[in-house]
Design a protein around this ligand. Structure first.
Ligand code: ZN
Length: 220
């Protein structure tokens, strides 16, 4: 892996290019409007194990790395038993890579660490419901179980938009648990977009003030 690919040797998928993302122009139209991430509307697991909470908390910590880099805060952790094999965070902007979702980063780093393109017996924890691309990669990797936090009504491929894992012709390997620390994971995304909207408003207000100070343009 080259340093610009978004992976590093320790499997943590730390990326050198993320600093670039902080300078990226925030989009005016957020990917996840806050109303789409209201927790509690989907079925949450009745009982969340201490183990699932613990590993999801690690995925949440990885998501904060994405936030710090100006990326949508989604994080993932890949574990085998009690061992953390790799973590990854969302970084498509800084990585100039549409496939650089948190799950992909964790899968790539884990496959490198284990020197195996298949990862049987492993579980992937991710703070946001995987998209179709990530669901496909998860199936190719033969991941045993996916655990996700917030549901994604825009691109979720574990039941919200489509359920890729429910198709027995596609999926023979992966079980899915959704809604683990759902409210907390959703809140991290909501606060990110709220901050971004605030920053855009402040920028526009400053630009309007500057225009007022300049006064009306002189007629030519
Ligand atoms: Zn994805």
């Amino acid at each position: 892996m080259s340093p610009s690919s978004g992976e590093c040797a320790d499997g943590g998928a730390q990326i050198s290019g993320c600093a670039v993302a902080a300078a990226a122009e925030p989009a005016a139209d957020p990917l996840f409007p806050p109303s789409d991430l209201d927790p509690g509307q989907a079925d949450a697991p009745r009982e969340v194990s201490e183990r699932d909470r613990r590993f999801m908390a690690l995925a949440q910590a990885a998501a904060e790395k994405a936030r710090a880099a100006g990326e949508v805060p989604v994080g993932a952790v890949l574990v085998r038993g009690e061992e953390v094999i790799a973590t990854g965070f969302n970084h498509p902007i800084g990585g100039h890579d549409p496939s650089a979702h948190a799950e992909m980063a964790a899968l790539r780093a884990a496959a490198q660490a284990l020197e195996n393109y298949r990862l049987p017996g492993c579980e992937l924890y991710v703070t946001l419901e995987p998209c179709l691309m990530c669901a496909g990669a998860i199936m190719h990797a033969r991941i045993a179980r996916v655990v996700f936090g917030a549901r994604d009504p825009k691109t979720g491929a574990c039941g919200s938009v489509v359920d890729a894992f429910a198709n027995p012709q596609l999926n023979h390997h992966t079980s899915v648990t959704g809604g683990v620390l759902e409210a907390e994971c959703g809140q991290a995304l909501k606060s990110f977009f709220a901050d971004r909207r605030r920053a855009i408003r402040a920028e526009r207000a400053a630009a309007a003030d500057a225009a007022r100070e300049r006064g009306p343009a002189e007629p030519v």
